[in-house]
Design a binder for this molecule. Sequence first.
Ligand code: CMC
Length: 369
Amino acid sequence: MSELHFSPGLDGVVAGETDIACVDQGVLLYRGYAIEDLAENATFEEAAHLLLYGELPDAAALTAFKQRLDGYRPLAPEVVDALRLIPKAVPMMDVLRTAVSMTGHFDPVSDTADLRERSVWLTAQIASIIAARYRLLNGQEPLNAKPGLSHAAQLLYQANGQEPDELHARLLDLTLVLYAEHEFNASTFTARVICSTLSDLVSAVVGAIGALKGPLHGGANEAAMEMLTQFKTAAEASAWIKDALAHKRKVMGFGHRVYKHGDHRARILERELRKLAASLGAHEWMAIYDAIKEPMVNDKKIYPNLDYPCGLTYYLLGLPLDLYTPLFVAARVTGWCAHFMEQAANNRIYRPLSRYTGPPARPVPARAK
Ligand code: CMC
């Protein structure tokens, strides 16, 4: 057994084939389209259609897709009641995990074998769950959706009770496009492993939410912003990062298993973040952001991943910290579902080996009677 190759964290291991996304020479492609191109020219709904159906929608398909999303937005009253029962202090990611599992019992897609339809339903439900919980926490009742808004605008409308301005809706939409898919990351792999046992789509999405929550994965957008909120000035941030690097501490929002020379998505979002900060006069925030980034990039050659600019973007948009990783879920659910369908269509159960490091074979000691 010991002669078998072992790669901690499956680093460098090809664990499956996919035609959904790839990172080609540092550039992320969704079904062949570069993320930069999609970020500029596609909305989240178009990217979601691309992931779930294999192609970008034409105008008629897009309208139909948005109508189906709107039709699936209402939550079952039992799900809203369950949201009320969860203690207020429970983190939103834990609430989301429970609520997605709960809503699975009220799936209106009559033919549950229609995985694509269930994926559209789950995408709509997840946004509504996040908005409903947010309102309940603020002592307000969940709001019905306003058909016709974009997915991003809808989520903000259902959370805040008023339609967002164009900038808020556009920037949230951009982050959803950037977050929607990323081939065999930890949460997607989790979803595929669950699928590979012939389990169901809701179980896979619930498992994936659990995997995404950790700060080494999706939880990094919240963790990165938590780090930045410690500082009042760039000088404080500079002193902190010097000390963190001297003590070899992990800095959240930096580094990536796949991108060793920088995450393309982070560069795309950072451009928009700089414009947003300039328009708000949030110069000190950008100075703090750069004070952490510069030594990471220049001295350590460890680059920001998407979660670093995303944390500050959401913060400057006025979104509460506890929503950041759930918003990642609101987007990535489309990638998870696409991978679930792909795995189901050509399945072999995932069952790797382990290298045993315990005691050698030994007899159970005789007990004194
Ligand atoms: N801060 C400080 N040092 C780092 C960081 C970081 N963020 N990331 C990597 N390193 C160091 C690491 O300590 C190691 O150094 P050494 O060789 O001296 O032990 C070296 O760089 C290689 O890192 P690694 O941990 O072996 O890399 P990995 O591929 O196993 O892990 C990672 C990738 C993303 C988990 C890791 O970079 C990390 O923990 N980053 C912080 C958390 C984070 O931002 N996660 C978001 C990931 S991207 C989007 C998403 O999934 O949400």
